[in-house]
Ligand binder design. Sequence first.
Ligand SMILES: [Zn+2]
Ligand SMILES: [Zn+2]
Length: 198
Amino acid sequence: MGDWLHCNSCYRQPGSGRNYFLTNCGHIYCENCQDKGWKERCLLCGTGHPSSFKLTSKLPPPVDAYFSDPIKMLKQTASEMKQILAATEFQHHQRKRFMTHLQKNVSNQKAIVEKCEKELKEKTLTVFAQLEKEKTKYQNESRQLKEENKYLKVLLSEKVMVLHPFGAIQEYAWIHYNDIRPDLCENTAYRGKDGCDS
Ligand SMILES: [Zn+2]
Ligand SMILES: [Zn+2]
């Protein structure tokens, strides 16, 4: 107990073997002053029949705080504050590290998506170019076939037979197939009357 502790009535301090009491109205009396009637009514504030308990070296919280050394309490608080500060710094560092990792992940994913988009665009353009090329090729072939068809129709309308390399040979006036498809004539085993090799 501190050097400030005294009976609020007789001002005596502990040490003489007498007991001291703390009332619920916050006043301290020694057992010798009970005769003055503080148990019936507080001598200082007038509270009637105040409850009280004996002051010992071990007091229950929160009463004990009122009898503790403030310097010791401050030191303890400072130590706890230091621990709180250290924990805050530690958690801040860990959180920052984790956030950096997440941001890096997002950047990596973004780069992968951009790469895939670029590749897809390039492949699409290549396929389109190929399709365009094939379209032109088929258009040319179609045009050529139409011209051939037109020519054949003219020949048929004039009742002139065309000697086909794979067909039957007719006895009519021959039109050399070479005139129509010289490319086929060169590569086939066409043989016939007035044929390619004639
Ligand atoms: Zn007293
Ligand atoms: Zn009182």
